[in-house]
Write a protein that binds this ligand. Structure first.
Ligand SMILES: [Mg+2]
Length: 266
């Protein structure tokens, strides 16, 4: 009996591409999944880019995606902040365009002065400096709302080494600010609930990713099927020791369509 899924929450880096290179067969596999009626949602903890920028990035890897099929931690943060109510609030943003766009879409405006910040939002920031750390930390000390796009300490770079991720930046501000940030990225409940709302009506959701602690932990307790690929951060010889234990391990997403239960051909 094959795998029965009608929706797939698909991680990007390590699944569809790694760094700047497409993963062999990924675009074809995603096309095949669509043909079989599997709904796709591309979910990433990276808040550097906006949804529109991801549509363009994916197109560059041969993957056609609609804007509402892309869920970044920035998009989830926007929804969370709308729920909290930050309209008119000053926001100190440590992060890229995606995070800034999310904060503004929620009704806040970006400020530089920590004394004007009712909100601090932190994500991955290649231009992170001591001054940014100081401003964010002072606002957190003064009681600002404190959110993080995710707490991934590292991410795999194209050269195979692990570079500091948003989590490393968040940790420095938590240390100096004296409080913990609320993360909205994988594997948190806000991200999972957002994906389930987008996939409303789906009865068998699967999550596919290269990081067990984020991509698979996201849906593990929600009844999702968890699929680990070894095309990213986890090498095939490290699979036996990962936590949580995946339901399925594949070399890459290219192997997935052949495993689906194809009722029409049974
Ligand atoms: Mg990944």
């Amino acid at each position: 009996m094959g795998l029965q899924i009608d929706a797939l929450v698909c991680d990007l880096d390590g699944v569809v591409y790694r760094g700047g290179n497409a993963i062999d067969g990924a675009a074809e596999a995603l096309g095949a999944l669509r043909e079989r009626g599997v709904r796709l949602l591309f979910a990433t903890n990276n808040s550097r880019y906006t949804v529109e920028e991801y549509v363009v990035r994916l197109d560059g890897f041969g993957v056609a995606a609609e804007a509402d099929e892309i869920v970044t931690s920035g998009v989830v943060l926007e929804a969370v902040l709308k729920g909290v109510g930050v309209d008119g609030m000053g926001a100190l943003v440590v992060g890229g365009t995606g995070l800034r766009t999310a904060v503004e879409a929620a009704g806040a405006h970006v400020v530089e002065d920590p004394r004007e910040a009712g909100l601090v939002a932190v994500g991955w920031d290649v231009d992170f400096t001591y001054e940014k750390m100081k401003a964010a930390s002072l606002a957190v000390q003064a009681g600002a709302l404190f959110y993080a796009s995710n707490k991934d300490a590292t991410f795999p770079a194209t050269d195979g080494t692990l570079w500091p991720g948003a989590g490393a930046i968040v940790a420095s501000i938590e240390a100096a600010g004296g409080r913990h940030a609320i993360s909205v990225g994988k594997p948190t409940a806000p991200m999972a609930e957002f994906c389930e709302r987008r996939l409303s009506g789906a009865s068998n959701i699967a999550a596919i990713g290269d990081r067990p602690d984020t991509d698979l932990a996201l849906g593990k307790d929600r009844g999702w099927t968890t699929i680990l690929v070894t095309s990213g951060i986890i090498s095939p010889d490290a699979v036996s020791s990962v936590d949580p234990t995946p339901d399925l391990v594949l070399g890459s997403i290219a192997e997935l369509p052949a495993l689906l239960d194809d009722r029409a051909n049974r």
